[in-house]
Design a protein around this ligand. Structure first.
Ligand code: TTP
Length: 227
């Protein structure tokens, strides 16, 4: 089963005590990353690093996330440059616990969001080149290394329902088409057979009811990390 992957990775980590282990939880907007992280935070073996959405909605008093959704052509580059940098800083943050669990990573800013804005001609190819150059520079640092990606794979329709029910003001304009595109970017990057990622990927079916998915995932992971 897919959990064997994480099991063997964790065993490896525990056996070589000096090695810290870094996991990124990835998946479409609304796939349930924050909820899974909230559950994992119960394990004393995990240090949780949440995504800095709050800093994106209040950057020196500016709501950069809202600006992005209102005018992606104007703010796409600035938003992505900032997202990339904030995530690179979180990669560099040392964890005290043996397992560091991150919500997203610098890789999804590049392979999902930047890629998608570029393919929709929202980012100019000069902007795309600049972001890519910075990305390559940032990931050349060892701190951006990931041992495992947990991919919460959910249908775009499921994600849209969850986005509507949480009702984040900036995300009112998110459409099913946008979520389908982002789903494809995640699939290109992480799905078996076609994946471009070289990091091991644990795929979790995140289509079931929220509670069921999160309980199942976290129970598996908590059992593994506390045994
Ligand atoms: P997500 O990173 O998908 O976080 P979430 O809170 O929606 O996740 P979940 O529901 O699974 O817990 O997105 C947060 C917001 O930031 C969302 O509106 C998309 C936006 N975003 C970008 O536009 N570009 C980026 O590079 C990233 C990382 C996020």
């Amino acid at each position: 089963s897919t959990f064997r992957v994480i099991e063997s990775c964790l065993k490896q980590m525990i056996m070589s005590s000096s090695k810290k282990f870094t996991i990124a939880v990835e998946g479409n907007i609304g796939s349930g990353k924050s909820t899974v992280l909230a559950y994992l935070s119960k394990s004393s073996l995990c240090d949780i690093v949440t995504e800095p959405v709050d800093s994106w909605t209040n950057l020196n008093g500016n709501n950069l996330l809202g600006m992005l959704y209102n005018n992606p052509h104007r703010w796409g580059f600035a938003f992505q440059a900032n997202a990339q940098m904030t995530l690179a800083k979180l990669h560099a943050q040392q964890s005290k616990a043996p397992i560091k669990v991150m919500e997203r990573s610098i890789y999804s800013t590049r392979y999902c969001f930047v890629e998608n804005l570029y393919r929709n001609n929202i980012l100019h190819n000069v902007e795309y080149e600049i972001l890519n150059d910075w990305f390559q520079m940032l990931i050349s640092n060892d701190s951006c290394y990931l041992d495992l990606i947990i991919y919460l794979r959910a249908k775009p329709e499921t994600c849209l329902e969850r986005i509507k029910s949480r009702n984040r003001p900036e995300e009112q304009s998110i459409t099913i088409d946008y979520l389908k595109q982002l789903h494809e970017r995640h699939e290109d990057w992480l799905a078996p057979q076609i994946r471009t990622s070289t990091t091991p990927v644990l795929i979790v079916d995140a289509n079931q009811t929220k509670e069921h998915v999160y309980n199942t995932t976290s129970t598996h992971l908590l059992t593994l990390t506390t045994c």
